[in-house]
Design a protein around this ligand. Structure first.
Ligand SMILES: [Zn+2]
Length: 420
């Protein structure tokens, strides 16, 4: 048995389970004692009134703020922010054995855990097949440290809808996704991926983007509504969900009409589309920070596109927030190097108008709801998994303190960097 003594506890219980205790715990509580038995939280109570069992190991966090382990709902453990100078995305697929990529993925997983992210929804392996299923098994088997993983394996797009591209047309190039054309192939791909362990299905609904002749952002659509409907129908039959990468325009509209469960990135969402998301209960994982760094030069087409994307993204995020779209924290890390602080996304969310409390919920109880894990993860409450972190300072006052997580417990075990 472990006992954590906290100075302040943000248990982030979302009012999903309307017990008196959970509703109360939305606001910070001082001087709490958390009792952990095995991998679960047994009780949470006031330090003054709780009796310490004699056999318990006490962990003193009485100078810290304690929160539930964080959840990043958009990661790529099999990407490493591929540097164009080193061959970029293509080299990853063309030059390296899968074992090398898997070895690096174990480092990504560890990086997430040491920053307090005890759960990831990893949204495709980028040409590394079912490697994420293997990494998940290795973590669950206790062979390597890492977060709880919700994996989506190979992902789905269409012909002309994903790299590798730009090679001689005579060459049959490998692709970073499973390519489908037509509803029959779409359903078959979903079945294969679900059969081999996908927890989610990831679909690319837009691919290239550029600036159109009126200065607008244009994104090339990929799957048709019929193709996406086949994927969604199949996934929902397995009680699994579908995440759709969609920037804007036709592809984003098809994603909503096809019944997708979460919109990834959603750079430019119209008012009508926001209303449709609210009506359908569609989740929104905006991945803001990644679009506000590393722009191309201002006088190039790529640079103009990058600036346009950022300009419309903030508006979409703010409109969605105002309309009550369900927003989850996601970073697209892997698309950027794993050496970047994952928690930098919090600062962008708050900068763009989200309250720190809601930003923390988007990476805890809100994300747990999307993952069908409400009450199990993303909360500090009796019965939940003992995924707990601590920071010094109060993240509600200064969200940046989440960039310096000082204590991580996952599944009742304290994560340490000893022997690293
Ligand atoms: Zn991504």
């Amino acid at each position: 048995m472990n006992i954590l003594r906290s100075m302040l506890i943000l248990s982030m219980a979302f009012p999903l389970v309307a017990t008196a205790q959970q509703t109360k715990s939305n606001s910070p509580r001082h001087d709490q004692v958390i009792v952990i038995r095995g991998n679960r939280i047994e009780s949470v109570s006031n330090a003054s009134s709780s009796k310490m069992p004699a056999d318990a190991k006490v962990i003193d966090l009485s100078h810290s703020t304690v929160l539930p382990g964080l959840i990043d709902s958009h990661t790529h453990i099999f990407l490493q922010g591929e540097d164009p100078a080193q061959g970029g995305y293509d080299a990853n697929i063309l030059k390296y054995p899968l074992s090398f990529r898997a070895a690096r993925a174990t480092v990504s997983a560890r990086r997430a855990l040491e920053q307090g992210f005890t759960t990831l929804r990893d949204v495709e392996t980028e040409g590394a097949g079912y490697g994420d299923v293997g990494i998940k098994q290795a973590i669950e088997g206790g062979y390597i440290p890492g977060p709880r993983l919700f994996v989506s394996t190979r992902a789905i797009s269409t012909t002309g809808g994903y790299p590798l591209e730009g090679y001689a047309p005579e060459l049959e190039m490998p692709k970073g996704v499973q390519v489908i054309d037509g509803p029959v192939e779409a359903r078959k791909a979903a079945r294969e991926q679900l059969d081999h362990g996908a927890d989610w299905i990831k679909v690319y609904m837009t691919h290239r983007s550029w600036i159109g002749k009126n200065g607008e952002l244009v994104s090339q659509p990929t799957l048709t509504v019929e193709e996406l409907k086949a994927v969604v129908d199949e996934a929902h039959g397995w009680t699994k969900k579908v995440a759709c990468h969609a920037y804007n325009g036709i592809g984003l509209q098809r994603a909503l009409d096809g019944g997708c469960d979460s919109i990834e990135h959603g750079l430019e969402i119209t008012d009508a589309q926001i209303a449709q998301m609210v009506k359908q209960g569609t989740w929104y994982c905006p991945t803001l920070a990644v679009y506000y760094t590393d722009w191309g030069p201002a006088d190039t087409p790529a640079g103009q596109r990058d600036r346009k994307r950022a300009a419309v993204h903030i508006q979409s995020f703010q409109k969605a927030m105002k309309a009550g779209v369900k927003i989850v924290f996601g970073t697209d890390i892997g698309g950027i190097p794993w050496t970047e602080p994952i928690a930098q996304e919090f600062s962008r969310m708050v900068e763009f108008g989200m309250s720190p409390t809601d930003a923390i919920k988007s990476a805890s109880s809100r994300a747990a709801e999307m993952l069908d894990m409400e009450g199990q993860i993303g909360v500090i409450a009796p019965g939940a998994y003992a995924d707990i972190i601590a920071v010094s300072g109060d993240p509600v006052r200064d969200i940046k303190v989440l960039e310096n997580v000082q204590f991580v417990m996952k599944d009742g075990k304290v994560f340490t960097t000893e022997g690293k």
